[in-house]
Design a protein around this ligand. Structure first.
Ligand SMILES: Cc1ncc(C[n+]2csc(CCOP(=O)(O)OP(=O)(O)O)c2C)c(N)n1
Length: 668
């Protein structure tokens, strides 16, 4: 540890034209996180803090990179980058409050340690999954590039994180789009207990750059002068000539993965060898030799920092823990949204479902100059369903972007665009492929507002559904994967008029919206749709038929199946509700209808177990039990993957079972 001040110097420093002031600032920059950490280790031993991920020995990287960037350039750090936070001069009491779950931290006690972002300091902290940070950095850098701002975005990862697909997607996207992202790998020898020999099989991780057509460099991560000078030189150039650069910082993790886990698996010789290369003691020794630092000044600096730490701890310690307040907890899951509904003013012409979506999308692009569309083959080709046909001519390729096949990286980039003040749409080529982008949707977009008050202004369009003979991977309707997750909005229209109005609302709403579009309806369902821009409020079901005998609750293709059956049997007096949005869900209309009819059947295309019908059924049982004259009935697809064969799929889908179960319910 750094307390041993008498280690001989083993690192060479060539400070070139760096001024004494800069050199001292670099030293002070490293001293602060080091002394904070030393204090934290004491507090940990005293049981006063719960978990600590140490960056001791790696300070030169965080500090050197941050000091080479401008304060308004975004940095996306990981769990060992305390030096990023201190170099951005976040008041220590706020940092300590964050770690203790206090209100003056950055997450209202909702997330721990370095898992937070702050627009005030242009820092975007990690989610535990590590890799999505890469794509988020791409999105931020894309926003800068589109706005012709000369800014660099820096993102960190450990060498362990480089094995994740997100790392590869992030680098590839940045290279294809020539984004000014500085990818910083801190190669510290171990990922938890896994040594580099079991993590990757190439000599240097910097070599990965070649495969992505990207400039890369290896830097001694313990040498603050080398880190600062090289990064400074690079970012000056990257601002003028936007491009990604990959840096591999060689360093070592001097303590356990986290304090409780120890370092038994690390050979003692390695520890000893790297201890000699300690970035703080070596640089201190150099500054003493060069007479830039004196023992007295060093002592003064340490005392001042220690005092700052003590004051910060006292202030944070005196603050109460965050109280539980139900309304606040629920209220912060979504960003506030109260934009007025724009009513349509004309009747319009009859158009297809697909045309209505295309129209809404075009008009939202015209309204929101900061809206960027991303998806596979959506530019010149117009998307596989041709929804964005001719968009490139009207909006240009900057805003209508073909992407490589990397759903996770692109969803993360959409998050980054939102952080940098843009709006983003991601078109999943088929809703089935969202599984490859699942992690950033449910863990980043869904949770980011609750965690640190950051909106995820992203719409993900999901061409979904079966009945088209496309088999298990081009036919699913996977809305229940998302209605389960607080923080997401889920929209599922059944008619052209609703599709256009709801899509326009999705782009006004600053929250992440999954917009399901049933492919089977695209060219089959027509309706009069006003040509002008209009919106429809989320969370309002539409009552398509009124009747006293039974409530039919459904959405998407289910609406059309129900209508067909009701046309076949005109004597059935049904209340037919098309939910239109699944999150938020119009429980008021559901309960009102059930209380009127006393019988309810919930129909959806999704397989039954764990589908939306199960939850709606349970809510009805809780809220309307006294009004029910029969058990709640659910109808969904068979509990199998979606089959390809015509007869197999016909029997997989629920229309026939719906007809039978409805009859049985009416006879009950
Ligand atoms: C997707 C995912 N898998 C596993 C983990 C558990 N985990 C957290 S940190 C870590 C090691 C990371 O190693 P590295 O990227 O080298 O960073 P270091 O901790 O060495 O700084 C692991 C396995 C995780 N957080 N997320």
């Amino acid at each position: 540890m750094e307390a041993d001040l008498d280690l001989a110097r083993t690192l060479d420093f060539h400070h070139g034209d760096l001024t004494k002031e800069t050199l001292l600032n670099l030293y002070k920059g490293m001293l602060r996180p080091r002394l904070i950490e030393e204090k934290m280790l004491i507090l940990l031993r005293q049981g006063k803090i719960s978990k600590w991920f140490s960056g001791i020995g790696q300070e030169a990287i965080s500090v050197g990179v941050t000091m080479a960037l401008d304060p308004d350039e975004y940095i996306l750090p990981m769990h060992r980058n305390l030096g990023v936070f201190t170099s951005r001069e976040i008041p220590l009491q706020r940092l300590f409050a964050q770690w203790q779950g206090k209100a003056s931290g950055f997450t209202k006690g909702r997330d721990r340690s370095f898992h937070f972002g702050t627009q005030e300091f242009n820092i975007v902290g990690m989610i535990s999954h590590l890799g999505p940070q890469m794509g988020v950095a791409d999105g931020i850098a894309l926003a800068h590039k589109l706005r012709r701002e000369e800014k660099v975005t820096a993102v960190f990862t450990g060498e362990g994180g480089t094995s994740e697909g997100d790392f590869h997607e992030g680098l590839n996207i940045a290279s294809v789009w020539q984004l000014p992202v500085l990818f910083c790998i801190e190669n510290n020898g171990y990922g938890l207990s896994t040594p580099v020999s079991e993590q990757y099989n190439c000599k240097n991780l910097a070599d990965r750059g070649v495969g992505y057509g990207m400039e890369s460099h290896i830097i001694d991560g313990n040498n603050i002068v080398e880190v600062y000078q090289q990064v400074d030189l690079l970012v000056r150039d990257m601002r003028k000539n936007p491009r990604p650069v990959l840096l591999e910082f060689k360093t070592f993790r001097m303590r356990g993965h986290e304090e409780a886990s120890g370092t038994k698996y690390v050979p003692q010789e390695l520890m000893e060898a790297w201890e000699k290369k300690d970035p703080v003691t070596n640089f201190r020794q150099y500054l003493l030799e060069e007479e830039i630092l004196s023992q007295e000044l060093d002592q003064q600096l340490r005392e001042a920092i220690k005092q700052e730490i003590d004051v910060g701890l006292e202030v944070a310690g005196a603050e109460d823990l965050v109280d539980f307040e139900l309304e606040r907890e629920l209220g912060d899951v979504y960003a506030p949204f109260d934009k007025e509904v724009v009513e349509p003013t004309s009747q319009g012409e009859e158009i297809r479902f697909i045309d209505a979506i295309s129209q809404g999308l075009r008009q939202s692009m015209q309204r929101h100059q900061n809206l960027v569309l991303m998806g596979q083959d959506i530019a010149e080709y117009g998307g596989v369903f041709k929804i964005t046909e001719s968009f490139v001519e009207e909006f240009g390729k900057d805003r209508v972007r073909n992407t490589p096949i990397c759903e996770s990286g692109i969803v993360s980039a959409a998050m980054g665009l939102s952080i940098a003040g843009m709006k983003a749409m991601v078109e999943m080529q088929f809703a089935d492929f969202v599984s490859s982008g699942f992690n950033p949707i449910v863990n980043y977009l869904a949770k980011v507002h609750y965690r640190w008050n950051q909106a995820a202004d992203v719409v993900i369009r999901m061409p979904c559904g079966g009945g088209v003979g496309a088999g298990p991977f081009h036919s699913q309707t996977n809305e229940a994967w998302f209605t389960k997750t607080p923080g997401l909005k889920v929209v599922y229209p059944a008619f052209p008029f609703d599709a256009k109005g709801l899509l326009n609302t999705a782009f006004n709403d600053p929250n992440p919206v999954l917009f399901f579009e049933h492919k089977g309806l695209y060219r089959k369902i027509r309706q009069e749709v006003p040509a002008e821009y209009y919106t429809i409020e989320f969370g309002k079901a539409s009552r398509l038929r009124s009747g006293d005998q039974v409530s039919i609750i459904t959405y998407g293709a289910g609406v059309h199946w129900a209508l067909e059956v009701l046309e076949e049997y005109p004597d059935i007096e049904a209340d037919l509700l098309d939910l239109r949005t699944l999150a938020p869900l119009d429980t008021h209309s559901i309960f009102e209808s059930v209380r009127k009819t006393g019988k309810v059947i919930i129909l959806h295309e999704d397989t039954g177990f764990g589908g939306l019908a199960s939850d709606i059924g349970a809510m009805i049982a809780e809220e309307c039990f006294e009004y029910l004259d029969a058990p709640v009935v659910r109808v969904g697809s068979l509990e199998t993957p979606v089959p390809f064969g015509k007869h197999l799929e016909e029997n997989f889908l629920p229309p026939n079972r719906f007809r039978e179960k409805l009859q049985k319910l009416l006879d009950y």
